[in-house]
Ligand binder design. Structure first.
Ligand code: FES
Ligand SMILES: [Fe+2]
Length: 424
């Protein structure tokens, strides 16, 4: 376990704001993601979602990912291209380009670029011009999966295989493209939230009003464990005669998955996996876009539009005063400053998951810097990544002492993760 970082100043006098006005800089190692920054190069070693397929119409789409301006488009033969935004000829934005049978034509002088950046035509140039054999537009490889377009923006020689999480295929459920929503803050504080389960009892129940089920209002016994791909949290709650174990995964560097917030803990259930898988991708250092895939039970009868809607409080779609009265994740995360300042935090016992997550990211950044492969990169084709995310509810009557009960809860959580309970 990493040592708790000591805050720069531990203010311990009342009416002490005058002593605590200093605003240190955010940690550049973990929060800067532009090309060439240590964390930016780390994040680029993984496939990152950049757009939903549903967002690709018959005109190109301008996007910004980790400080890079890009254009994503589908050509008329159905292939997806991700090119640097500005035409290599004289810089016109390819958001005004015209998708062709093969590639995209720049509007200004008609040069045509294939999805891999090769120049196919330079129509205004002399017929003996060899420019197109000698020059390329910058392009990144893409991969379509379940209605999402992923890109690999790292060094070509380190391109990993696309990671197949075991939760992409869950019996009885169907994986769908789901929500996209943007937060006006740094990517890391968005991801910190993934391993901060205590907030599900407060932000989502006790302090903001119940956003989901009442079961979230029960305080959980919390544990965190490392995994080959990142880490998990185990949140185990007593709800009457039942014990509800909720396990969520963090897959380095910026993915997490959680169970849809529908568990009421009123009946036994083993290993239910109605997961939502969420990537938090930096637009730049002060904006983050979340892309989700979700496992949906066909019996819920949800339309594609309902599935694509962000969950309660994930986006700024409510009036300001309503958000003040019932704040959600969007409000909690984006108000930790535009880029959260770690030197001003006072991390406590329930922040152990946040500390572990940041250590995984820091270790990954260092690994890439020293030429090693960071944790979570999948290099072997055909490998499936085993994850733990689930809701398990067991009938376990309470013990007589609350201390014994808490120990029993922790033990039950560990046993669920160890796979000791099987569905009948
Ligand atoms: S600027 Fe694109 S073809 Fe000239
Ligand atoms: Fe939350």
């Amino acid at each position: 376990m990493a040592a708790v970082r000591q805050p720069r100043r531990f203010l311990n006098v009342p009416y002490g704001a005058w002593h605590a006005r200093e605003l240190p800089a955010p940690d550049p190692l973990l929060t800067r993601t532009d090309p060439g920054t240590p964390c930016g190069e780390y994040l680029r070693r993984f496939w990152q979602p950049v757009a939903f397929v549903r967002e690709l119409g018959d005109v190109p789409r301008r996007i910004r990912i980790m400080g890079e301006d890009l254009v994503v488009f589908r050509d008329r033969s159905g292939r997806v291209g991700l090119l640097q935004l500005h035409c290599t000829h004289r810089g016109t934005s390819l958001e005004f380009g015209i998708p062709q049978e093969r590639g995209i034509r720049c509007c200004y002088h008609g040069w045509v670029f294939d999805v891999d950046g090769r120049i196919l035509e330079t129509p205004g140039e002399p017929s003996d011009s060899t420019l197109r054999q000698r020059l390329c537009q910058g392009a990144y490889p893409t991969h379509e999966f379940c209605g999402l377009v992923f890109a690999y923006m790292g060094p070509p020689e380190h391109r990993p295989v696309f990671p197949m999480y075991d939760t992409f295929d869950v019996p009885g459920l169907r994986l769908h493209p789901a929500a996209r929503f943007e937060l006006p803050c740094n990517w890391l504080q968005v991801k910190d939230n993934a391993m901060d389960p205590v907030h599900t009892s407060f932000l989502h129940a006790l302090s903001s009003g119940y956003h989901f089920t009442e079961a979230f209002g029960a305080l959980a016994e919390l544990e965190w464990q490392e995994t080959p791909y990142g880490m998990i949290y185990i949140a185990t709650r007593r709800v009457g005669d039942f014990v509800w174990v909720r396990v969520c995964d963090f897959m380095a560097p910026n993915v997490h998955q959680f169970t849809r917030e529908i568990e009421q803990a009123i009946a036994e259930r083993i290993g239910a996996r109605p997961v939502v898988i969420r990537w938090a991708v930096p637009v730049d250092d002060t904006r983050t876009v979340n892309f989700e895939l979700a496992q949906i039970d066909p019996a819920w009868g949800l339309t594609a539009e309902q599935i694509a809607r962000p969950g309660f409080g994930q986006s700024p779609d409510r009036a300001y005063e309503e958000r003040q009265r019932h704040p959600g994740d969007y409000d909690a995360q984006s108000s930790q400053r535009t880029i959260a300042v770690h030197d001003l935090e006072h991390l406590a016992a329930t922040d152990r998951g946040v500390i572990m997550l940041r250590k995984i990211v820091r270790d990954g950044v260092r690994a890439v810097e020293s030429g090693e492969t960071p944790r979570g990169v999948v290099m072997k084709p055909g490998d499936t990544v085993t994850t733990y995310c689930q809701d398990t509810v067991l009938r376990v009557p309470p013990t007589s002492s609350s201390e014994d009960d808490r120990a029993q809860l922790r033990q039950t959580g560990r046993r669920v993760v160890a796979g000791e309970y099987r569905a009948p």
